[in-house]
Design a protein around this ligand. Structure first.
Ligand SMILES: Nc1nc2c(ncn2[C@@H]2O[C@H](COP(=O)(O)OP(=O)(O)OP(=O)(O)O)[C@@H](O)[C@H]2O)c(=O)[nH]1
Length: 178
């Protein structure tokens, strides 16, 4: 998440405690879109805190490490969490991170793409360290959110906001996912 803001990739940063928050603004077709991003801790001991954040999310970015087969195998467990706690209208993006370590890759792109297609998820590979595809991830996500908002299928979270949360999606006329 920190790499979403230029120069913030923190080598050796410790594990997330509970939930971290940031705002990122992207520009699409000359319009500014404000994304409110919660980075929830992966550790089991924070699960009861992080689960409460799924409810109001319009989109979820599920990130695994392409150099760690185990992180990929955990995905079904995370999908069960999403099914249980998130809205059924939530947009889910699967991200394979650490492509700067391609020589240590344990999960092929094809395998990840097949998995995400079967789960109706958009798939992207990134390197938070090298800033590869990070901007694209948030731009694509903003486009999808706008598209869903125009069709009125997003979670209506205005009535039950989380701390610091407000209306964050502009209604734009067109998006190009390519
Ligand atoms: N080489 C490389 N290392 C990365 C990349 N992204 C994260 N890391 C490193 O991987 C380790 C774990 O990163 P985190 O961002 O803490 O992982 P996390 O899954 O969010 O962990 P929690 O905060 O516990 O949920 C850290 O040492 C990071 O510096 C990347 O794209 N490339």
């Amino acid at each position: 998440m920190r790499e979403a803001q230029p120069g913030l990739f923190p080598p050796g940063q410790g594990a997330t405690i509970g939930v971290d928050f940031m705002i990122k603004t992207v520009e699409i077709n000359g319009e500014k879109v404000k994304l409110q991003i919660w980075d929830t801790a992966g550790q089991e001991r924070f699960r009861s805190i992080t689960q409460s954040y799924y409810r109001s999310a319009n989109a979820l970015i599920l990130t695994y490490d392409i150099t760690c087969e185990e992180s990929f195998r955990c995905l079904p467990e995370w999908l069960r969490e999403i099914e249980q706690y998130a809205s059924n209208k939530v947009i889910t993006v699967l991200v394979g991170n650490k492509i700067d370590l391609a020589e240590r890759r344990e999960v092929s792109q094809q395998r990840a793409e097949e998995f995400s297609e079967a789960q109706d998820m958009y798939y992207l590979e990134t390197s938070a360290k090298e800033s590869d595809n990070v901007e694209k991830l948030f731009l694509d996500l903003a486009c999808r959110l706008i598209s869903e908002a125009r069709q009125n299928t997003l979670v209506n979270n205005v009535s039950s906001p989380l701390p610091g949360e407000g209306k964050s999606i502009s209604y734009l006329t067109c998006c190009n996912f390519n």
